[in-house]
Every structure is written in C-alpha cells, then in structure tokens.
Design a protein around this ligand. Structure first.
Ligand code: KG4
Ligand code: ZN
Length: 390
C-alpha cells in the first residue's frame, strides 16, 4: 500500500496542534502551541479565552505542520480532527477549519475521539520504533486533566474496539494535580510543577487516604475467556477512581497547619516571574510544603498504579498502556515500570511530548479509519461529552 499522509488537527482544550503522520507509524511533523500563558493568571483553562486563542493559532499551526513535513494542502491524503471530548467552543474551531479544508481540497475528513488519540500515541511510537509485537488484550489507562479512564482495547482486522472498565467518579487525576498546585500557590498547570518539586520532599511525611469506590460485584469478576464467551457489553465489574477527596484533605492540612499566609506570599512572588524555573519554586517553598507535595503525589501514584494493576489481573491482560498528560509524571512511570515488571506485564508509555495533547496521536488514530473508509459526513459536530466504546 502506498504511503498515506494524514494531517491531524487537535483543539479540544488549551493546545492548538497540527501534525502530519505517515501511514499511522511515522511522525513527519508535530506542532503544538500551548495557551498556558493566557490561562495562567486564572489558575485554569477559561473556555472563552481558549476558543479565541484557537482561532488565532489554527491557521499558522496547520501551515507550520505542513511546511515542517514538506507537504502541502494538496499533497496530504486526508484530514483528521478531534470530535470530542473537550470544550465545545474549542473543538468547534478545529472541526470548522478541518471541514473547510476537506471541502475546499476535496479530501476525506476523519473524526477522531481524543481518548482514542491518546491510546494511539503509544501505538504510533511503538510502530515508529519498529515494535509490532504487541500482545492483546491491552489495558490502557488514559490519565489526563479531563480523564482517568481504563479501557480494554482490541484490534480486529484494521479496526479497534474499546471497552471502558473504569473511570473517575469525580475529579480526574490531572485535575487533582492542578487543583492542589493552585491551592498551594504553585500556578497552572500543576502536574509538571508537582512532579519536579515532589523529588525534593518526603513522600512518607503525610498519610493521605484515597477514597475507594465500593464495588459490590468485585468478587464476581469474569475472566477474559468467560467475557469473550458472554460477549462484550455484559454488565462488568468496575475499577473506578475518585480524587476530589484528596484535594479536600490537602486543603484541610493547609488550614490546620497555618500555611495560608506563606501560600499567599508564594503566589505573589511567583506571579512576578514570567516563566518560573525549578530554582524559583524552590526559593519560595518550605520543607513542610515539599513534604506535602511529595506525599500527595505518592498517594495519587499508588492509587493509579494499584487500581490499574488490579484491573489488569482481573481481566488477564497481556499488555499495559499508560497515556495522557499525567503519564508524563516521573514517579508514575517509575512505579508502573517496577510494579508491572513484578507481574511480568509489559508497560508502554508515549514519549513525554506525546503524552500531553498533540495532533500526531489524532492523525495516527485516523489511519485505521482511513483504511476502512470510515469518513465523517460534512455535517458532523463537536461532542463535548463524547465517550469511547466499541
Ligand atoms: O492530556 P493533557 O495534555 O490534556 C487533557 O486531555 O486533559 O493533560 C493535561 C494534564 C494537566 O492536568 C497537567 O497538570 C497534567 O496533565 N500533567 C501532569 C504532568 N504533565 C502534565 N501531571 C503530573 N505530572 C506531570 N509531569
Ligand atoms: Zn488529552
């Protein structure tokens, strides 16, 4: 089969991204512009500002991705775009532009689920490294600012099917990192800052207990072979997460340990620095806060790894994927690697640039759809709450 170049466009949250990927296995270009500076003063993504920034960035970002790839609007074979989940206004910017391009250029248009994109980030990079020997079933943890979801993923011929076996009941893991960082005056986004600062604190200092969701049917977990016989879609056990409690526990700790004044000072001091570096954070933080940050991260990591491995055992999976923004976290990666190795389970992560939002993963997820001629109609719309299934 001749090479297929797909132009991917991603605008679901606060990154405007475009990429060209060849035949689902080679990143030819990958451009991501972040809106962090716009949202930083508000301590989180402001949807109206996000749409406006996407509008400004989309044309130059796509142009750059084509130029970096040595491609033109005419030379690409298809245009893929994120349909959802995400912020409706942000999604619409990417979708409208992708539709206009597909219409004007008479190219096929492919709608991609953002979560499927995160899973394909792993597949894309493994193929790029020449690793085509993945064993199924795969269990994928998609852990980001908006999601903490567990999917069983299967490939049948060219097409992929997904079954959700767990998700967060409240805050996503990345959201908890962001909220805790905001509450400690560490700015936005919180994950990367906490990741770096945690290495300087004592993770055993504060004991956090993460809420466990009661699963009355946990003891009746069918094995994968039983499931295959029963067919997918029968009621299954869940492996759900809950992270709003730990955020409240950190808040309570801050209040009972009189940390508020120091937090305010830190917030002010850091807001005067355009792009604070690790040294700047360390200059404005005390040991008690470093211990708190390290203990928070340890509790999050233990819960994410523990639940994912429990799900992997229950479903007898052969391979583990960990993807999404939080998959960039150092302690999470190390802990997954150590614990999965003890169970003889191979675990794959995307590289750090492909863990967070990007369009290469969208173009990669579109490739099997291109082969299956699974094209989107011109009147498809954004789906802010889009689910990923079968
Ligand atoms: O996948 P992503 O770029 O966007 C969404 O789809 O949500 O994920 C962004 C999330 C943010 O919550 C951010 O704080 C978190 O990923 N994140 C991290 C790290 N890098 C990004 N969390 C923990 N450690 C990191 N190194
Ligand atoms: Zn994402």
């Amino acid at each position: 089969m001749a090479d297929v170049h797909i132009l991917g466009i991603e605008s679901s949250c606060d990154e405007t991204a475009a990429a060209v990927v060849r035949s689902g296995e080679k990143i030819v270009s990958n451009v991501v512009t972040s809106q962090i500076a716009t949202h930083q003063p508000y301590g989180g993504v402001v949807p109206e500002l996000a749409s406006r920034e996407h509008l400004k960035a989309i044309v130059p970002v796509v142009r750059q991705a084509l130029a970096d790839a040595g491609q033109s609007y005419q030379s690409v074979d298809a245009i893929a775009v994120t349909q959802g989940p995400g912020l409706a206004g942000s999604l619409l910017v990417g979708i409208s532009y992708a539709k206009a391009l597909a219409f004007a250029l008479e190219k096929p248009l492919i709608a991609v689920n953002h979560l499927e994109g995160h899973i394909h980030a792993v597949l894309l990079e493994e193929r790029q490294k020449g690793n085509r020997e993945l064993n199924f079933p795969v269990l994928a943890l998609v852990v980001s600012g908006g999601h903490t979801h567990l999917y069983l993923a299967e490939q049948r011929a060219e097409s992929w099917t997904y079954e959700n076996i767990g998700h967060t009941r409240d805050d996503a893991a990345g959201e908890a990192f962001d909220k805790v960082a905001k509450l400690l005056g560490l700015g936005y986004p919180g994950g990367p800052v906490i990741d770096k600062l945690a290495a300087h604190g004592n993770p055993e200092a504060v004991k956090f207990v993460i809420s466990q969701i009661k699963h009355p049917d946990r003891n009746k977990i069918p094995t994968l072979s039983q499931k295959t016989r029963q067919g997918w879609g029968t009621p299954q056990e869940r492996f759900d997460f809950s992270y709003s409690g730990i955020k409240t526990a950190v808040l309570r700790y801050v209040e009972t340990h009189n940390m508020k004044a120091a937090i305010e000072e830190r917030r002010k001091a850091l807001s005067r620095i355009a792009k604070p570096k690790l040294e700047d954070y360390l200059a404005h933080i005390d040991n008690a806060t470093l211990d708190l940050v390290a203990s928070f991260q340890r509790a999050m990591v233990e819960d994410l790894v523990g639940k994912t491995l429990a799900a992997a055992r229950a479903h007898d999976v052969a391979t583990l994927f960990v993807t999404g923004g939080v998959a960039a976290n150092n302690e999470l990666r190390q802990t997954f690697e150590r614990e999965a190795a003890m169970e003889g389970l191979p675990v794959y992560f995307p590289s750090r640039p492909l863990s967070t939002d990007n369009a290469a993963m969208i173009a990669a997820a579109a490739y099997p759809k291109f082969l299956a001629k699974d094209f989107a109609p011109m009147d498809f719309s954004a789906e802010a709450g889009m689910r990923l299934s079968g």
